[in-house]
Write a protein that binds this ligand. Structure first.
Ligand SMILES: CC(C)(COP(=O)(O)OP(=O)(O)OC[C@H]1O[C@@H](n2cnc3c(N)ncnc32)[C@H](O)[C@@H]1OP(=O)(O)O)[C@@H](O)C(=O)NCCC(=O)NCCS
Length: 308
């Protein structure tokens, strides 16, 4: 397609993203590479005068036997190329592709800055989508900065953590399948689905799950680390069983995770996602990140019901 802007002609080409060109568009996608080429994934990239300048990626989600949704997890146009019609072309290509599938809803669910959410909301509202609903706040930190500026983190990183009695921190491979199964089946432990240690709505590759195990008999808490962006770790679920709360276990688990980040992932940025309604966890995070959080982002949702 041709666009004339201030006497400059811009040629925009939209192409399907597959394994032959995925490398070129990877920087616009938060999704893992292996999704490209899958039959339930729709991905398009845009080139302006042959320069890759944006992309959209969406997946088909079967909600029930009769209900299907399309979830957009990446949609981005480079700032320099915005307001030239690229975003509209990408969105229209997606809508064209899913046109005959009988989809009931298109949803955008992603993590980005407040400014970007505003941009997306403004863009999508005009195209029939809802307003943005903020779901969780995501604190972004640079481990080297935390280590340099926060005495608390310096102390944690130098000390060996003495855990509460009978508590061990273990990873999945070191725990019996029986205990893991009990957590999966919510047997003796209840948690909201979004806080399951195995939940992974962005389908990111898992780095590890740190489980808190009591007396080798039951799993009483966890924190999940996922590989995010090009070089970051997203800590997604953080949960302590009800009757194990108010004993400092959350602090121990969180400290263990910060210590591991500083020791093992010092070159990677960290991101902690917390439900906006969870004031206790937000208090805990502000203790660690106060004034040192390099950015706060939000997980949000914007959707549109499609009439038949
Ligand atoms: C939302 C976003 C995708 C829109 O992309 P875009 O390329 O600017 O989209 P368009 O150019 O098609 O449309 C944007 C506006 O420019 C206008 N426009 C389009 N072509 C134009 C032209 N040639 N001259 C002037 N204006 C133009 C459109 O009418 C539209 O205005 P409106 O929204 O008020 O109707 C882009 O702003 C973006 O990438 N934002 C960040 C998204 C993000 O954070 N993603 C991560 C989480 S998914």
């Amino acid at each position: 397609m041709l666009f004339k802007q201030k006497e400059v002609i811009i040629i925009v080409t939209i192409e399907e993203i597959d394994y032959t060109n995925s490398e070129v568009y990877q920087k616009f996608l938060i999704d893992k590479k292996s999704k490209i080429g899958s039959k339930n994934v729709f991905a398009c990239g845009a080139r302006c005068s042959n320069i890759p300048c944006g992309a959209i990626l969406a997946s088909l989600v079967q909600c029930s036997n009769t209900k299907q949704e399309v979830k957009i997890s990446s949609f981005f146009v480079l700032p320099f190329f915005r307001k030239k019609g690229v975003g509209s072309l990408l969105l229209n290509s997606l809508i064209y592709k899913i046109n005959n599938l009988g989809i009931q809803k298109i949803k955008v669910n992603a993590i980005t800055s407040e400014k970007n959410i505003y941009l997306l909301e403004h863009f999508l509202l005009k195209r029939g989508f809802s307003k943005a609903k903020l779901l969780s706040i995501v604190y972004l930190f640079e481990p080297k900065l935390l280590l340099r500026e926060n005495e608390f983190i310096q102390r944690i990183s130098m000390s060996s953590l003495k855990l509460p009695e009978k508590i061990k921190f273990l990873q999945e491979d070191d725990i019996s399948l029986d205990l893991i199964k009990k957590v999966k089946n919510k047997d003796g432990i209840d948690y909201p689905d979004v806080l399951s240690p195995f939940v992974n709505e962005f389908e990111l590759e898992r780095e590890y799950i740190e489980f808190a195990v009591y007396d080798d008999k039951e799993i009483v808490g966890w924190i999940t680390a996922l590989k995010a962006e090009v070089n970051a770790i997203l800590y997604r679920t953080f949960f302590i069983k009800e009757n194990f709360r108010k004993q400092g276990l959350g602090y121990f688990l969180f400290n263990a995770c910060v210590k591991k980040h500083v020791e093992k992932y010092i070159e990677k940025r960290g991101m902690f996602a917390v439900d906006l309604k969870n004031t206790n966890a937000r208090k805990l995070f502000s203790l660690y990140f106060k004034g040192l959080c390099i950015e706060t982002r939000y997980e949000f949702e914007i959707d549109m019901n499609i009439e038949k």
